[in-house]
Design a protein around this ligand. Structure first.
Ligand SMILES: *Cc1c(COP(=O)(O)O)cnc(C)c1O
Length: 652
């Protein structure tokens, strides 16, 4: 690894630049390289220019020092192996740094990272006891300054090029420090505002560049060395770092930044680390989600993990998922046609039953034609991506369902988000895009707020500016409108496209779209989530047909649901809990994520299943309890649920 060479006339060229502001002398820049005598003038000039053009400011004092170093006194070190880690944010970069320091044996890496800003105020590096994190640098103002080092190749031939080579300079320094006795690791963030890359290095880790460790433009940087050894040998370590001349050989080329920069010499990165990092961040923010097993029966009560709960969270608003006639029709279809359809609608998976349901849905929604998808999610994604592409524009309500958002993103159209149900804002934006091909899309009942779109204005806007109009009736079908046909019935307006789901009030599974016949024909040829997915199984289709029969022959079910919602909201308001809803969704805004979760937990303990809805389902800081009402909730149950909700909100 090391060999002594005998030749003379190597020179260390050192630059320090500073500026006095308000009586305080501030360090601006510093660098050092070792070169042959013939290269000294060029290097001195380069370093001078670097000092004069530093993004931290213009110095009023520049010191260029040239010092002869006998080459035989130089220790030759092989450069540390280099690896690069990509990351999106400074926070992620710092997490990666912590993990690397941990692997190098530093127990409290997070505390080390927290000391970085303090280290940045020193001219040199901070040196810490790797275990106690006690500061060990003898001069607390100055820190420890690594000097007398250079790259062997610059001393061997005349290598031109810019002196500002962060990568090579940092690697040389890191290699020297990693070779100092008892240094177990080092971490560095550049104080150059234009340079966000940092590194963690040690003999075992090698030199690990981290793409982003601070925000662009920040002059905050710092350097910390971690020492684990006898105190009486500390002076020798510092002496090595500051005074021992070192030449570093075999610098690897600067690697490109990639998540898995495959460097055969570098340590293999832990490919699972992101999971723990990601999950612990989610848990800390109170956003962890979990799956619970629910045993549902015909009533709005469930058995969940040994407890009987009153269900105030289901989308099965009419209780049709367990309605005897629906179950029976599904069972008969299953026995007749089997469990799976075995193919997509365009190959072998289409039964007459599918077409029958499509005709019924079209008639129910008063459109020419309908098309089934496997879920409401797939319907939104399929329809939006089929109708819109690059160069088109989509106007999307800021509170639209995730499946609409995903459809918009996947379409590659320009997405213009307008304020929630704010038709003046929509018009403002629509006007600017008049003449473009476009789509205005909105939930009809908003899934987290339960309010209803201003459909009359939305449709008027679409007509005036020549855009298609589309609403998603997932929470409206079977709920809103005199006979449960949705917001189209409530407002008496038929937008160009209606999307819906079979999985909420219709108690089945599947999604659908209703529109003019030609548009449906277009979707059959263009909607990828329709074309490339296996058709719904017969049982789902039959269940939805039975549910539609019941909805049409027993419209009292819709009225009953509406009355129950009104009763429940009244009960809450009597307890001073603000509650109103035009649908079956009753949002109770809490704000704080953890408080919403606590309230839901308290309710769960007391036998009430009410969801806590948090980011990313809703905006940060607008967490809420979201209670849903079913037509078959008993009045006594709703009264008690309201009382328990009011109590949980007080206690959370
Ligand atoms: C639930 C929901 C969907 C998704 O429907 P699935 O059939 O469950 O995939 C789409 N849009 C809205 C507004 C929803 O609430």
């Amino acid at each position: 690894m090391l060999s002594e060479v005998s030749q003379v006339n190597l020179y260390s060229v050192k630059m320090r630049a500073s500026r006095e502001t308000n009586g305080v002398r501030e360090h601006i820049s510093g660098a050092e390289q070792m070169v042959r005598a013939s290269e000294v003038p060029d290097l001195a000039r380069d370093l001078m220019l670097r000092a004069q053009n530093h993004s931290k400011g213009t110095p009023d004092f520049i010191n260029i020092k040239v010092e002869e170093i006998p080459e035989e006194s130089c220790l030759r070190l092989k450069a540390l192996p280099v690896r690069s880690l990509a990351c999106e944010t400074a926070a992620e970069g710092l997490r990666l740094a912590c993990e690397l320091l941990g692997r190098a044996g530093v127990a409290d890496a997070e505390a080390v990272v927290r000391l970085m800003p303090q280290a940045g105020r020193l001219r040199g590096a901070m040196i810490l006891d790797a275990d106690t994190l006690e500061r060990l640098e003898p001069d607390r103002e100055r820190g420890v300054r690594a000097t007398k080092m250079g790259r062997a190749d610059r001393t061997e031939r005349a290598c031109g090029g810019t002196a500002k080579n962060h990568y090579a300079e940092a690697l040389v320094l890191a290699t020297k420090v990693a070779s100092a006795p008892h240094i177990v690791a080092e971490i560095c963030i550049s104080d150059d505002p234009d340079y966000v890359t940092g590194y963690v290095a040690s003999k075992s880790l090698g030199y690990v560049r981290i793409a982003r460790m601070k925000e662009m433009g920040s002059p905050e940087g710092g350097r910390i060395f971690l020492y684990r050894g006898p105190r009486e040998e500390l002076a020798a370590t510092i002496d090595f770092i500051e005074h021992r001349p070192v030449l570093v050989e075999d610098l690897p080329k600067k690697p490109c930044l990639a998540k898995n920069a495959a460097d055969p010499q570098g340590p293999v990165p832990d490919k699972w680390a992101f999971l723990e990092q990601g999950l612990s961040a989610i848990r800390k923010a109170g956003l962890a989600r979990q799956i619970r097993d629910m045993a549902c029966g015909p009533s709005p009560r469930v058995r969940c993990e040994g407890r009987d709960l009153l269900l105030m969270a289901s989308n099965d608003y009419l209780g049709l998922a367990n309605e005897p006639r629906v179950r029976e029709r599904a069972a008969r279809a299953l026995l007749e046609w089997g469990t799976g359809s075995g193919g997509s609608r365009l190959t072998t998976g289409s039964l007459a039953l599918h077409s029958e349901l499509e005709e019924r849905l079209a008639a129910f929604k008063k459109y020419e034609r309908a098309l089934l998808f496997n879920t409401g999610y797939m319907a939104n994604v399929g329809v939006i991506t089929a109708l819109c592409g690059r160069g088109d524009v989509i106007f999307s309500d800021e509170l639209n369902h995730a499946s609409i958002i995903d459809g918009c993103r996947l379409s590659r159209a320009e997405i213009v988000v307008y304020a929630h149900n704010d038709m003046a804002d929509l018009e403002d934006k629509a006007r600017r895009y008049a003449g473009r091909r476009g789509l205005i899309v909105s939930d009809s009942v908003f899934s987290m707020d339960g309010d209803v779109v201003d459909l009359a204005e939305l449709a008027r806007m679409a007509d005036r500016y020549g855009f298609l109009s589309m609403i998603d009736e997932a929470h409206a079908t079977g709920v809103v409108g005199e006979t449960g046909r949705g917001v189209t019935e409530l407002c008496g307006i038929q937008p160009d496209i209606v999307v819906g789901t079979l999985s909420k009030a219709l108690g089945s599974e599947g999604g659908f779209v209703c529109a003019r016949a030609q548009l449906v024909e277009y979707l059959i040829n263009r909607a990828r989530s329709f074309i490339f997915s296996t058709a719904l199984p017969a049982a789902c289709v039959a269940a939805a047909l039975a549910a539609l029969d019941i909805l049409e022959s027993e419209p009292w079910r819709v009225r009953q649901l509406r009355d129950s919602v009104a009763f429940f909201c009244d009960s809450l308001r009597k307890l001073d809990v603000g509650a109103e809803s035009q649908s079956a969704i009753v949002p109770l805004i809490v704000g704080d994520e953890r408080r919403a979760t606590r309230a839901a937990d308290l309710l769960l303990e007391r036998g009430y299943l009410v969801s806590a809805i948090r980011y990313p389902s809703v905006a940060r800081g607008s967490a809420r309890l979201r209670a849903t009402v079913r037509g078959d909730h008993e009045r006594a149950d709703l009264t008690e649920a309201a009382r328990q909700i009011a109590r949980a909100l007080r206690e959370a």
